[in-house]
Design a protein around this ligand. Structure first.
Ligand SMILES: C[S@@+](CC[C@H](N)C(=O)[O-])C[C@H]1O[C@@H](n2cnc3c(N)ncnc32)[C@H](O)[C@@H]1O
Length: 347
């Protein structure tokens, strides 16, 4: 392989990390030189409860390129699908987040919050887990798509709504607002955080989590001519055209500060993609992220590349496939910066 310089983060600076609960930091990850050890421990089982919970039955979907997308609200705003394949992928990512956070559902010291809101709840898996762990809490999950289970645990309910519209819940109401991976459906991030502030109870917490839309390598194995590098360059191009928000700690922190949140804590975790790390836990995360990628490359890109860049469907699919093959290539060691921030609304 030619000796290209490492592909460093071009969008954002590297942020130092170190925290209890995280199994790793931003330090270089050593590659495993021994034979492959592939495994899969995926489980998406969620227990059914006794409460009919979906308040709305908006199931008017758009079908495109063999995938299903939401129509509710500003049609096409959220550019990822919402079909079964995507739901399985979201549940697997939830599992990865649990591994990253050492089994915890969040970082903020929320105690036993009375009212909890999960913004962009997806399959509702985080809300259901939180509701089970906190039977005293009332948890509301909200999403553009009604893809949550109809039967939920008694203290968890789901609403269908667009978080960029005026929020319908009371002001100063939620003791904890959880917002994870919804940047693909948000055009005005500051406005989202402003609304979160308005609806947080004084003394309550907001926690934000986002994957960066870029990948980095700290040993020079991600060279410009890889399909993976080409995929991300094309994706960023497409996202710029549709007015996509690009998450980074600076923007997320500033949005929280501008809204009025205090005691803001910020952590970055470099999530490995592919089973290349030597460290067993990181290899487990990387292996799961490679599984996530088998559906994820297309989920993030098909609509964006065909709608915004006018790419031919087969061309876009081919790029997604080759990018995923790069993740499975043990000679390419890439990581995806993942940002965690939380802060408190003053009393
Ligand atoms: C990548 S998924 C993440 C799901 C969940 N937060 C998790 O971490 O498991 C993003 C979800 O946010 C929802 N979403 C995006 N933009 C939204 C908006 N403006 N209003 C409500 N939901 C939105 C999408 O429909 C999708 O289900």
């Amino acid at each position: 392989m030619p000796n290209y310089p490492p592909r460093e983060s071009s969008l954002h600076p590297t942020y130092p990390t170190s925290m209890a609960g995280f199994i790793h930091s931003n330090e270089p990850i050593e590659a495993n030189e021994s034979d492959w050890e592939i495994f899969s421990d995926y489980s998406s089982a969620s227990e059914a409860g006794s409460n009919l919970s979906v308040a709305s039955s908006i199931r008017d979907y758009v079908y495109e390129n063999g995938r299903r997308y939401h129509r509710y609200g500003d049609e096409g705003k959220y550019i990822l699908p919402n079909d079964e394949t995507e739901q399985d992928r979201l549940d697997l990512i939830h599992h990865v987040f649990l591994m990253i956070l050492g089994g915890e559902l969040h970082l903020a010291p929320v105690g036993n919050p009375k009212n909890v809101l999960d913004c962009g709840t997806g399959t509702g898996i985080w809300a259901l887990d939180f509701g089970e762990q906190h039977p005293e809490s009332t948890v509301t999950g909200v999403d553009l798509s009604p893809i949550q289970p109809v039967w939920s645990v008694p203290n968890v309910r789901f609403d269908v709504d667009d978080l960029e519209k005026e929020w319908v819940w009371p002001q100063d109401h939620f003791d904890f607002i959880h917002i994870r991976c919804i940047c693909n459906g948000i055009r005005d991030y500051q406005q989202l955080i402003n609304q979160a502030f308005t609806h947080t109870n004084p003394g309550g917490w907001v926690e934000l989590t986002e994957f960066s839309f870029e990948i980095v390598s700290n040993d020079g194995t991600l060279v410009p001519n890889t399909a993976l590098a080409q995929y991300f360059d094309t994706l960023v191009n497409a996202y710029k055209r549709v007015g996509q928000v690009f998450p980074c700690p600076k923007m997320m922190r500033e949005s929280m500060e501008n809204a009025g949140f205090v005691d803001i804590v910020e952590k970055t975790f470099n999530t490995p993609w592919g089973p290349w790390p030597k460290n067993e836990k990181l290899r487990e995360i990387g292996t799961n992220m490679a599984l996530v990628g088998s559906a994820g490359f297309e989920a993030y890109a098909l609509a964006a590349m065909t709608r915004a860049l006018g790419m031919d469907l087969m061309e876009a699919k081919d790029l997604c496939h080759r990018a995923h093959m790069d993740v499975l290539n043990r000679n390419i060691h890439v990581m995806n910066p993942t940002y965690f921030l939380y802060g408190r609304k003053p009393e």
